[in-house]
Design a protein around this ligand. Sequence first.
Ligand SMILES: Nc1ncnc2c1ncn2[C@@H]1O[C@H](COP(=O)(O)OP(=O)(O)OP(=O)(O)O)[C@@H](O)[C@H]1O
Ligand SMILES: [Mg+2]
Length: 255
Amino acid sequence: MTESAPPILSAVELYKHFGGLVAVDHVSLEVRAGEVVGLLGDNGAGKSTLIKMIAGVYEPDGGRLLLNGRDASFSSPQEARDAGIETIYQDLALCENLDAGANIFLGREPVRPMLVVLRAVDRQRMLVESRRILDQLDIRIPGLARPIRQMSGGQRQAVAIARAVYWNAQLMIMDEPTAALGVPEQRKVLALVRTLRERGVGVIIISHNLQDVLDVADRVVVMRRGRAVGERQVADTNTSELLALMIGAERFEAA
Ligand SMILES: Nc1ncnc2c1ncn2[C@@H]1O[C@H](COP(=O)(O)OP(=O)(O)OP(=O)(O)O)[C@@H](O)[C@H]1O
Ligand SMILES: [Mg+2]
């Protein structure tokens, strides 16, 4: 990473309203290669709406997106994925009835060349490739061919992360990746975030667990009522300052 390289992502003054409710109010956000940015804020602050505009789920009502310094716009999540933005949503978007391999290749299934006409999906190759990438990430999933439905929350997160790595995501967005997990699984997911960082992937992580964010992020951005109200290097802040930003307590301190 050189100083002069543009950020992987620059979101500039993004704006989104739902009827009369302004969910995201001119929020800007940058993520560089190998940087983990924590996105914090109370319920309804606009975090998920912001990342959905970056991930092609919602079209912004205003503002711009730049990927590696170039204007970008996505009219679907698939377009964002094709551009290297992988997202794990709060309501995890894996297909419950498919196995890990099929999920990793979802929407981009390899087709056996001889059978192009029939568009036969190469299931064997998907499984082999999936096992390879999971091994690389040191993820052990017994019974990889089982449907995702039968896997634990942590295993599902791991499959989603494996998908991002396999497709060389430049930016990984994780909306509450540890919320539904047990403690060992949370640790694993946070360890995987560190692996992504080492590989030069940019990461945006949303979590209600401040400690998780402080453990894993380099920088945090705090949202309140649709606005970005603060940005700190993790090394320069602490839990009480961040909580105060999240709930707006500095207004009372000033009084
Ligand atoms: N599809 C939608 N239609 C209407 N209003 C919405 C929609 N999605 C979000 N909102 C509203 O926009 C605001 C921001 O919601 P958002 O989901 O972005 O918050 P959040 O910060 O992710 O909250 P949480 O931490 O609870 O997940 C909220 O007031 C919410 O009710
Ligand atoms: Mg949310």
